[in-house]
Design a protein around this ligand. Structure first.
Ligand code: NAD
Length: 416
């Protein structure tokens, strides 16, 4: 039976605990979240009716600093998924050595079915419901699947109205006009790019002529598609929730980005050269780099044998299950794990938070320079440990991340 994301996250802890000889008491502790809040969100719809939604905010670990993690709007969101995503945020912040912990939020809703006003009311009510467990010193939300800068602006405003003063540091991924950072929107894609570049350097590969396949064409998938397309890579296939497009000579990414940014689905794009494919078919296309950038649990023991690429660059959080990891390892496919590869987003979110607190804003070249420095340092540490101990990159990344958390717990002690 397929594991849920939370079960996957716990299994990953077990794999690493064994490899690093982690104290079983700590293993037990790290599999629990610090707190999980479930809230009811009543929303007055435009037609006067009342709809009730469920929302969540989870803190996994704040031992190294305030919680940090995105907010997801999706009909598939549930507490199990949000817990897993919060755990992965703890590891990601720790691996990048940011003074932040792991958190995540979600609302079980299909935002495409809501008007802009309904979406605003939903966001403001959700913010009010979780107001006691967010804040610049507590937990700082950010965008994730189906949330964006506008939604962050509503959260910031709702929080600020309740506090009686402007508090830009309560969320990141805000519009630049109200304390957002330059470079935040493209940060996750940039981080993926730097990581892929570093990996290819280690393997003596020139990725600039590579064939790329990308699942998910939103913030993360769209940005990395554009960056690689501009470098001369052939992007053979991309997909969104509606399905995917494939062309053996390479898709015209800029035209597709314009199309989806206007609110259209990929399946409705017409170009007679392009074949319409499913998300499942996309994953088995022969290519050099496969980038899952949609949701978790996409590459499982069921389809891992069909994957035909050299490198999997995890744009999404948790796209490959532990069982699939074993199969991919046997096939000699390099998996660059999510907590390393897609860390660019939280990294620039951290810069945004620092800029808000200091009320001093940086230029784009400083953002990208500092982002690259942090990404490459983490990459180097992970790569070296993986070589030294002959272990997969994911295990190496987890050992580094969990060791820092374990040290922080040891130094702080268990209260009381
Ligand atoms: P997004 O909402 O901007 O884009 C999501 C994309 O995935 C869209 O193209 C959507 O149509 C597609 N999608 C949604 N459900 C799908 C399904 N069932 N099958 C196939 N495609 C589907 O979201 P995003 O911010 O790009 O996030 C994508 C992934 O990257 C998520 O796993 C997220 O947690 C992770 N991530 C995001 C950031 C960030 O900064 N935004 C940072 C790190 C990790």
């Amino acid at each position: 039976m397929e594991l849920t994301p939370f079960e996957v996250a716990k299994k990953q802890i077990d794999v690493v605990a064994e490899e690093m000889g982690l104290d079983p008491n700590l293993t037990k502790y790290l599999k629990r979240v610090e707190r999980a809040l479930i809230v009811t969100i009543p929303v007055r719809m435009d037609d006067g009716s009342l709809e009730i939604f469920e929302g969540y905010r989870v803190h996994h670990s704040t031992v190294r600093g305030p919680g940090k993690g995105g907010l997801r709007y999706s009909p598939e969101v549930n507490l199990d998924e949000v817990k897993a995503l919060a755990i992965w945020m703890t590891w990601k912040c720790s691996l990048l050595n940011l003074p932040l912990g792991g958190a995540k939020g979600g609302v079980c809703v299909d935002p495409r079915k809501l008007s802009k006003r309904e979406l605003e009311r939903l966001t403001r009510r959700y913010t009010s419901e979780i107001i006691n467990i967010i804040g610049p010193d507590i937990d700082i939300p950010a965008p994730d699947v189906n949330t964006n800068a506008q939604i962050m602006a509503w959260i910031m405003d709702t929080y600020s109205m309740n506090k009686g003063r402007s508090v830009p540091g309560v969320v990141t991924g805000k519009p630049i006009e109200i304390g957002g950072s330059v470079g935040r929107e493209s940060a996750t894609g940039m981080g993926l790019y730097y990581t892929l570049e570093a990996m290819c350097e280690k393997l003596n590969l020139d990725f600039k002529s590579y064939k790329i396949v990308i699942q998910g064409f939103g913030n993360v998938g769209g940005t990395i598609a554009e960056l690689l397309f501009k470098e001369g890579c052939k992007v053979l296939a991309v997909s969104d929730i509606s399905g995917g497009l494939y062309y053996s000579e390479g898709l015209e990414i800029e035209k597709l980005l314009k199309w989806t940014k206007e609110g259209n689905y990929l399946k409705d794009y017409t170009d007679e050269r392009y074949d319409l494919i499913t998300n499942e078919e996309l994953l088995s296309i022969e290519c050099d780099v496969l980038i899952p950038a949609a949701l978790e649990n996409q590459i499982t023991e069921k389809n891992a044998n069909d994957i035909k690429c050299k490198i999997i660059l995890e744009g999404a959080n948790g796209p490959v299950t532990p069982e699939a990891d074993k199969i991919l390892l046997n096939k000699g496919i390099h998996v660059i794990p999510d907590i390393l590869a897609n860390g660019g987003g939280v990294c620039v979110s951290y810069f945004e938070y620092v800029q808000d607190i200091r009320a001093y804003f940086w230029e784009l070249d400083r953002i990208n320079r500092e982002l690259k420095k942090i990404m490459l340092k983490a990459f180097e540490e992970v790569y070296e440990l993986s070589k030294e101990r002959n272990i997969p990159l994911r295990t190496a990344a987890y050992i580094i991340a969990i060791s820092r958390i374990a040290k922080a717990i040891e130094l702080r002690g268990i209260f009381p």
